[in-house]
Design a protein around this ligand. Structure first.
Ligand SMILES: NC(=O)c1ccc[n+]([C@@H]2O[C@H](COP(=O)([O-])OP(=O)(O)OC[C@H]3O[C@@H](n4cnc5c(N)ncnc54)[C@H](OP(=O)(O)O)[C@@H]3O)[C@@H](O)[C@H]2O)c1
Length: 265
């Protein structure tokens, strides 16, 4: 996605506010037409009007609740079949601020439906479309909590670890077929997600909180640099490379015909 015009359509989920709405603005600025998906149609329409006016791009609004299977199938079908779509920003997500033992499991089910099931279906649909065309970009929004389950509850961080794994594996699957995959791991970013999950942002250490525009600009810079994994706030890229190298170092020994000596009587 470079600065030139007529770049095809970017489908962005969770585009009514926060990170998704910011991607919509930035990608419109890069010349993408847009397909904006979320539940709040009025907000999507207002953003669409603003972007048409400001950037002269085509913007379509698709109201959908991605926890609803019929709505999800409708969006996935569009992604699978519309050859004008050249990018997916798989962003819609919710966070639940609550321990496993204290939280209504139905709330976790809804979160898993959105953060895991919908992300999977949409990534698969986009990948099928893009592989057939030999081009396309899939941006999945995970979280740094994928790497730090001790900092928040295991269910939300688990959904984000899923997105990281899915992206790393999918990138391998499509890398020789002209399709790019990027997974973004934002740290704490100032959006409505905090209020929606019942967390008071004013009590959060402000030095750990990034403004949403800065986060998305950094993520797009990572995309332009060809990164598979982008952690906008991580100062040293070598830290991620070392982490990956440590994982690869273990790989030959993760599956063997005999147990490790320390587990033998
Ligand atoms: N903000 C952070 O600190 C942070 C950090 C790491 C990762 N993330 C991730 O970044 C992504 C975006 O988060 P955000 O901070 O921008 O959150 P946000 O401000 O709460 O926005 C979430 C977006 O998802 C949409 N959405 C929620 N439920 C939906 C559903 N059932 N169907 C369709 N759309 C739905 C919302 O729109 P409607 O309500 O109109 O449907 C909204 O557009 C999420 O995946 C989140 O996990 C955020």
């Amino acid at each position: 996605m470079s600065e030139q015009k007529h770049q095809g359509v970017a489908l962005i989920t969770g585009a009514s506010t926060g990170i998704g709405a910011t991607y919509a603005k930035r990608l419109a600025g890069r010349g993408h037409d847009l397909l904006l998906v979320a539940r709040d149609q009025a907000r999507l329409e207002a953003l669409a009007a603003e972007l048409r006016e400001q950037y002269g791009v085509k913007v379509e609004v698709l109201k959908a609740d991605l926890t609803d299977r019929a709505d999800l199938n409708r969006v996935a079908q569009r992604l699978r079949s519309d050859t004008s779509i050249s990018a997916l920003v798989n962003n819609a997500g919710v966070a639940i601020n609550g321990a496993l033992l204290d939280t209504d499991l139905d709330r976790f089910d809804a979160m898993i439906q959105l953060n895991v099931v919908a992300v999977t279906h949409l990534a698969a649909a986009a990948a099928a479309n893009f592989v057939a065309q030999g081009r396309g970009t899939i941006i999945n929004i995970a979280s740094v909590l994928a790497l730090a389950p001790e900092l928040f509850n295991g269910t939300y961080s688990g959904t984000k670890a899923f997105v990281l794994n899915l992206s790393q594996s999918l990138a391998q699957e499509v890398k020789d077929q002209g399709v790019r995959v990027q997974v973004v791991l934002p740290g704490a970013t100032r959006t409505e997600i905090w209020e929606r999950s019942g967390t008071d942002l004013d009590t959060f250490p402000q030095e750990m909180l990034m403004e949403v525009g800065e986060m998305v600009d950094a993520a797009l810079a990572g995309l332009d640099q060809g990164e598979l994994v982008t952690i906008p706030s991580l100062p040293e890229k070598a830290d991620w490379d070392n982490f990956t190298a440590a994982r690869f170092h273990m790989a030959p020994n993760l599956s063997r015909s005999s147990a490790a000596a320390r587990y033998k009587a």
